[in-house]
Unconditional design. Structure first.
Length: 302
């Protein structure tokens, strides 16, 4: 009875040569590039004069049924007949970064594992060192924005998160939407102070600044003031969550005040008939049934 399955490797421009297991029980998949040639590291020309193979690379890949997987590749080398001294260039494939011990797919997966976790948590969970996980973070998380990758930025989002629950240890997030869906994080600022946000907005090149049409924020005055100072032509858009939250909070405050007044002014028997009066306040008038409408009219008649 055959209980094996076939799973696509999903790595571009390679063919599988051999699959085996290491002494530690990990899967080892040896592959070979199917591409011919590369670009000369000196002149930039496409070259296809094959020179040989470089030393084997062993890269950590996505685990399979919780078993570690490694990809082994011997990169091809090519000679450039046009450059003086006929230098050689090692072919690079798109699914790994130079000097990285992992495939790109593995590193992106590891970054997802860091969501709501610390570096130490992820390192212990997957039997890695803190240095390995930090290396992945440093390779993928830029410390500065590469503005050259943007042609225009029409919308900027400014929000905040707290680093420690129960503490006022805030950082500010600067984002922009991606087409067709998604959000790109432009920066994580050290705090949410008006000056910090203003300095970042000021660092945006003028060619991109003038393309910004809207700034989306919550109702924090520091964010709004910074945007008005650095992007005076942009419209400030307060996200509907905070508007609705403020609206509900105001309505709830009035409800509590009225219930407190009625409890003071009415007899106990009369007040008992108003139990549940908080619920009509959470609906639009047109959504109330006859009983709720009558109760609401009765409350406001006092």
């Amino acid at each position: 009875m055959d209980n094996s399955i076939h799973i696509p490797l999903d790595l571009s421009d390679v063919q599988v040569l051999e699959t085996s297991k290491t002494a530690t029980g990990a899967w080892l998949i040896k592959v070979e590039s199917t591409l011919t040639g590369t670009r000369c590291r000196q002149c930039g020309r496409h070259i296809n004069h094959f020179h040989g193979y470089d030393e084997a690379l062993r890269l950590r890949h996505l685990p399979l049924f919780e078993i570690p997987v490694y990809i082994e590749l011997r990169p091809k080398r090519y000679l450039c007949d046009e450059c003086k001294g006929t230098p050689t260039t090692t072919q690079r494939l798109s699914w790994y970064k130079q000097r990285s011990p992992n495939t790109k797919a593995y590193e992106k997966w590891l970054l997802r594992m860091l969501i709501n976790s610390t570096v130490s948590d992820v390192a212990r969970k997957f039997n890695l060192s803190d240095e390995t996980v930090n290396g992945v973070v440093n390779r993928w998380i830029a410390t500065q924005v590469n503005w050259n990758t943007f042609e225009r930025i029409e919308i900027i989002g400014i929000d905040e998160i707290t680093l420690k629950r129960g503490h006022r240890d805030y950082v500010a997030l600067i984002t922009t939407p991606l087409d067709p869906e998604g959000v790109e994080v432009l920066a994580v600022l050290k705090d949410r102070k008006k000056e910090t946000v203003s300095d970042f907005l000021d660092s945006i090149p003028m060619r991109l600044k003038v393309t910004i049409k809207r700034v989306c924020s919550d109702m924090y005055s520091g964010f709004v003031t910074a945007a008005e100072k650095q992007l005076p032509w942009a419209k400030i858009v307060v996200d509907r969550f905070h508007v609705a939250k403020a609206y509900r909070a105001s309505a709830d405050t009035v409800r509590k005040q009225e219930i407190k007044r009625l409890k003071r002014d009415l007899s106990k028997a009369e007040y008992e008939t108003l139990k549940g009066a908080m619920w009509p306040f959470r609906k639009s008038p047109e959504d109330l049934n006859d009983e709720e409408q009558g109760l609401l009219n009765r409350v406001f008649s006092y």
